[in-house]
Structure formats: C-alpha cells, structure tokens
Write a protein that binds this ligand. Structure first.
Ligand SMILES: NC(=O)c1ccc[n+]([C@@H]2O[C@H](COP(=O)([O-])OP(=O)(O)OC[C@H]3O[C@@H](n4cnc5c(N)ncnc54)[C@H](O)[C@@H]3O)[C@@H](O)[C@H]2O)c1
Length: 442
C-alpha cells in the first residue's frame, strides 16, 4: 500500500496504527472526491455518518480544504459544516486509513481514451488499493460507471483471491451514482439509487449503506444488472440527444421551430420524454459511458448499430456547429478567415465549471484552424486550454470584442447577455435562447 502525496499536517493529525480487530472509526470512506464523490461524501456526512474522504490528488484535497471546489450552494454549505466538524469528516490521501471505514465507496473517473476505448487506469488503481486495504466486516461499493462484469473483475475476484469470503467476510456491491452536478432541482437524497450485490447478503448491506441518505433504494438481482442499468440510462440519453439533434436539422430544413415542436410533444403525458438539441455533448457521462458498452460488445461481436450511429453523430456535432457558423458568415458575405467569433459559455452545461469533453473546446479549435479570431466569455470557467494547446481567458468586456458572430453554446443562470446590441448575428446553439433578438438557430 502506498501513502499518497499529501502532507498529513495539511488536514488532521495522522492517526495511530490500528489493530486488526479494532472497531471502525468511520461509517463510510469515499475514494475519489470529484464532481460526484465530494457531494456524495457530503450527503453521507449531512445524514449523520462519519465520513473518511480520500483522494489521490493532494491538489484536489487542498482545493476542497480551501473550500474552492465547484459545488452547488447547498453542497458548499455542507462542506463548510463538514470542515468545521473534523471528528465526523476527515480528508485524507493516506490509503492505509481505508481500513478504518465500515464501507468503502469507489467513485473515481472512468473516461475513454482518444480512440473511445475505456480508460480503466484510475478505476483499476483505486480497486487494487481498496482490495489491498480491505478487512473483514467491510462493504465495498463501486459507483463509477463501468462495463458489465467490472465489479466482479476488479473487486469480487481479487477479494476472493485474498482468501476473503464474499457475503460473509466482506460485501461487494455496485450502485452507480446518478448525481447531476450543478442541478439544484434534484438533491442526492431524493434520487432513488439502484443497487446490486455479489450475494443477497451483499445486496442487503449495500441497500443499508445507501439508505443512510437516499430516500429510495431499488434492489436488483446482481452486480451485472446494476452495472447495465447505468449503461442503459446514459445510452438512452445519448441516443435521444442524437435524435433531438437530427430533428433540429430536419425542422431547420422544413422551416419548423424545433423547440416549439418538442414542447408541444411534451404535453403528451406518456410515451414521450423531452430531449433538446444542442451543440454537442460533454462532461464525463454521455460522451463516454456508451463507449464502455460498445467496447464490450465489439469484443463479443454483438451488433449495436443504433448506439454506434448515435455516438458517431454526437461526436460529429461540433463540426456541424462550425459549418453553421460558416453558412451564417457566408450569408453576410464573410468567410471564417479573420472573422471575429465570440463563444458564450464554454462549460459543457449550465452552472458548472466542468470543461471535460465540452463541445465548445473543439468548436473553438476548429474555428481558429479556419483562420477566425475566437474569444469566449463564461462566468464559471475563466480560462480554457484547447486540445491544440492554445489557451484563452474569458473576456471581461465582450461587447468591446465587436464579434461578427456570437455562438451561444452554454447559458449559465448568471450569464448576462445584456451587452448584445441587437445588431450582432447570434447563433443559438442552445435552441432555447428565444429572448435574444436576431438569433439564428443552429
Ligand atoms: N460527473 C458526472 O456528472 C457523473 C454523474 C454520475 C456518475 N458519474 C461517474 O462517477 C465517476 C466519477 O466521476 P467524476 O465526474 O466525479 O470524476 P472526477 O474526475 O470529477 O473526480 C474523480 C476524483 O477521483 C480522484 N482519483 C483518481 N484516481 C484515484 C485513486 N486511485 N484513488 C483515489 N482518488 C482517485 C481524482 O483525483 C478526482 O479528484 C465516473 O465513473 C463517472 O462516470 C459522473
């Protein structure tokens, strides 16, 4: 086991070594304190649980300790309260401390690489650490989105190899996180959790842990069912977003307002769920999760044509945005060469600073490659680094940039577009900025 690169004196004094049969000091340890793990740790703490909050990154731990993490208001208050109550909330980078927690929840990133192949480096490392630290009586719960069979491969089998009996000595469960960062409408407590266990006793223990803060726990019969449930949820969203984008293009060709169509269809109380078109998808879920399924299916030679096509279309969406901007400029007798283009909102969705996989980054790089001068404004993300290595900072005076075209990519609730003078051409990548005069839809 390694001690991670975190000075113990940054947080609390190091704890003394613990005898093997010592009682657990913490009800739950969260491994990975990112967009999902930190709010989860805070939800457990708010429910009265004693929480060990562990991250491999000392920088991340420092950011959290300095109250600098990107959180919604209620979670910021929870973090304040947690940091003021160190007995029930301990930030650490020392993996040896995991043995002090009755339950260990793994919540590390599961991205894909440049070829859309699952990158399991963080998850493998975290699981290996948790397995090595496990001791009798502990529950291990994987919450990172992953392929079907992963909990068995990375947790259940290695624990068995250590001689621990699953469902008797240790308990193995999977329950994907469903948190929607930045969304104040769905507190973690009100979103039902799905849990599957390696054995019925594991499932029981997993449900008991989740019930500490989740109002509703839905049990399924196996780890694999729980893993696949998350893949269905996010694949469902990906396919429907691809369909919404296609409908936007179809409506554009037929000169029908797509948003009005979607809102009208939404009045049907069954059999329809509204998805809106946009400039592409970003974040750590929709661009990545379906690839965990596709990767696995490819190895098994199982066809998944609908999902494959949806993901291909989604990946192509930023190029479609660039084409649209070229059209708009062309109609004004301009080309992208030396055009001044301003992007409003570069985060992948409203009210977060998260830039991961944000379509805005690809769009900006593509436009600069075409010779445009591109700047951005974003109240949550002050600076960006593009895949090309180019860097930009959010403008403080967007009106002074005198853009030929403004692309509205993401609208945070605190975005102020009052500086738009009504003469600028605005391309509405959100399809829902009807309040902006003179906009054209993507
Ligand atoms: N972001 C979302 O909207 C969302 C929603 C639901 C589920 N998920 C899933 O939750 C998981 C985590 O996503 P996220 O967005 O919170 O990721 P993130 O990148 O924001 O945070 C992950 C954290 O894990 C830490 N970490 C990495 N390896 C570690 C290790 N070996 N030991 C300890 N800490 C380690 C990193 O330092 C980082 O702070 C992913 O599987 C994701 O698919 C994400």
């Amino acid at each position: 086991m390694t001690t991670l690169d975190v000075r113990a004196d940054m947080f609390d004094a190091p704890l003394p070594p613990m005898p093997a049969d010592a009682p657990f000091d913490f009800d739950v340890a969260i491994v990975g304190l990112g967009y999902v793990g930190l709010p989860t740790a805070l939800a457990y703490h708010a429910s009265g649980s004693r929480v060990l909050a562990l991250d491999a990154s000392s920088r991340r731990l420092r950011t959290i300790a300095a109250r600098g993490a990107d959180l919604i208001g209620s979670d910021r208050e929870r973090l304040d309260a947690a940091l003021r109550a160190p007995a029930g909330f301990r930030l650490t980078g020392d993996v040896r401390e995991l043995a002090r927690a009755a339950a260990v929840v793994v919540c590390v990133p599961t991205p894909v690489d440049d070829r859309q192949v699952p990158d399991l480096v963080a998850l493998r490392a975290a699981c290996a650490t948790v397995v090595a630290a496990a001791r009798p009586g502990q529950l291990v719960m994987l919450t990172s989105t992953t392929y079907v069979g992963c909990t068995r491969d990375l947790v259940e089998k290695p624990l068995q190899d250590r001689g621990l009996r699953i469902g008797q000595d240790v308990f193995v469960t999977f329950s994907a996180e469903r948190i929607d960062p930045g969304n104040v409408g769905f507190a973690q407590e009100v979103v039902p959790r799905v849990v599957g266990g390696a054995t019925p006793q594991c499932e029981e223990e997993g449900a008991r842990l989740l019930s500490r803060y989740a109002a509703q726990v839905h049990r399924v019969s196996s780890l694999a069912t729980a893993e696949m449930t998350k893949l269905l949820e996010n694949t469902f969203r990906a396919v429907n977003i691809a369909l919404a984008n296609e409908f936007a293009d179809i409506c554009g060709a037929l000169d029908v307002p797509v948003t009005e169509v979607i809102e009208a269809a939404s009045t049907k109380p069954y059999g329809f769920m509204a998805f809106y078109p946009g400039p592409g998808v970003g974040g750590h879920c929709i661009p990545c999760d379906p690839h965990y399924l596709l990767w696995q299916l490819k190895a098994l030679h199982v066809d998944a044509g609908v999902i494959t096509e949806a993901m291909t279309r989604i990946a192509a969406r930023p190029r479609r945005v660039v084409e649209r901007i070229r059209d708009v400029l062309g109609r004004a007798g301009k080309s992208t060469l030396n055009a001044r283009i301003l992007v409003v909102g570069v985060a992948y969705k409203p009210d977060v600073a998260d830039l991961r996989e944000s379509p805005a980054l690809e769009i900006i790089d593509l436009l600069i490659d075409l010779g445009a001068e591109v700047q951005f404004v974003d109240t949550h993300a002050p600076r960006i680094r593009l895949a090309s290595g180019r860097e930009r900072e959010s403008l403080t005076d967007p009106a002074a940039f005198r853009a030929d075209v403004v692309l509205v990519h993401t609208r945070h609730h605190d975005s102020d577009l009052g500086w738009l003078d009504g003469n600028t051409v605005v391309v509405d990548g959100t399809y829902r900025s009807g309040d902006i005069a003179g906009r054209v839809l993507l």
